[in-house]
Design a protein around this ligand. Sequence first.
Ligand SMILES: CC(C)(COP(=O)(O)OP(=O)(O)OC[C@H]1O[C@@H](n2cnc3c(N)ncnc32)[C@H](O)[C@@H]1OP(=O)(O)O)[C@@H](O)C(=O)NCCC(=O)NCCS
Length: 341
Amino acid sequence: MRHADVEFAPFDPSTASDADYEAITELRARMHAVDRPGTPPLSLAATIELMTSDDGAAIGPRTFWTARDADGLLGFATVILPDRENTDLAMVFLEVGLDLRRRGIGTAFLRALLPSLQASGRPRILAANVTGGSDGEPFAEAMGLVCTIRGLLQTLEVESVDPALWDVTAPDGYRLYGWTDAAPEELIVSYAEARKAIADAPSQDLAWEETDWTPQRVRDEEAAFAAAGQDYRIVVAVHEDSGEVAGVTELVIRPGEPDHARQMDTAVRKEHRGHGLGRAIKAEMMRRLVADRPDLARVSTTTASDNVYMVGVNHSVGYVDARSLAYWETATDDLVARLGN
Ligand SMILES: CC(C)(COP(=O)(O)OP(=O)(O)OC[C@H]1O[C@@H](n2cnc3c(N)ncnc32)[C@H](O)[C@@H]1OP(=O)(O)O)[C@@H](O)C(=O)NCCC(=O)NCCS
């Protein structure tokens, strides 16, 4: 394949046609069956929603790119520029059709993205959630990226889990409590404080700046989920004596994918660890979820592979290991030196 015949261009979700979205959905459905074992492919509606709607969990603006030739779509790229924390990063994810690999398209695509990556002024380029053992890893390595953290995707298929696993009571001295959308005013200060406990999760060699949670940041995030029309759910453990939030777990369900809940942070404050709170809040979350969302089929969560405690808590409430994941990164200057233009 001559890359002169391939056009790499920005993709504008707001002006894209139905045929464009169908091509992306189909390209990804075939790829993901191989590249993302354990995750069902997205429907057309979910693909459109993902690209056209705001995401309350977004860490910065996204831009999309396509690779096409006369026969149609060959590949797709997503670039995210985090805009509050991690502003030294450009996050890049390339996808090339399953039958089109090892022909240099991925390399040419990355080269085509370089001017805009350089223009973003971000010194680090990060490819997140590359499936362990997939084509993405040797590609990343060939591009000079190094792996900075390995993780695990775990999934819970509601149908196949015995709900008795969620019959977990709060440890003595704590009560479980939950809400959707917005934290109660009386808990917001200690809830924001408890959210900072995620910074203790293992980060291996990845330099990652966690959110500096304050009550205002919590309200900003809640507003973002509300504006995106996403079902945002939180369960906390409250320490009875102090009235403070000791542990939190949060997840979100997007309107375009109503059968899939995505677990986000789970954290227990240091002084409250070792009492089984992680398991108790996750079990409570499942009890509430299945009661409120009978259409829910699955929950997915990602965790650093060496976060043995969290991985074990997830197993205890019915998650199974779906696939390994890795983050790969390089300095932008090194990539430019390697690929040039
Ligand atoms: C990663 C991906 C975009 C690569 O696309 P591609 O068009 O096959 O990449 P290229 O043909 O330009 O590969 C460049 C080099 O990477 C290395 N490489 C790529 N895939 C490889 C594989 N499966 N095994 C060994 N080396 C591989 C080779 O050194 C290759 O050069 P060569 O073919 O001359 O030996 C594609 O495999 C893909 O879409 N994977 C799924 C999504 C993903 O994991 N993305 C990661 C984003 S960084």
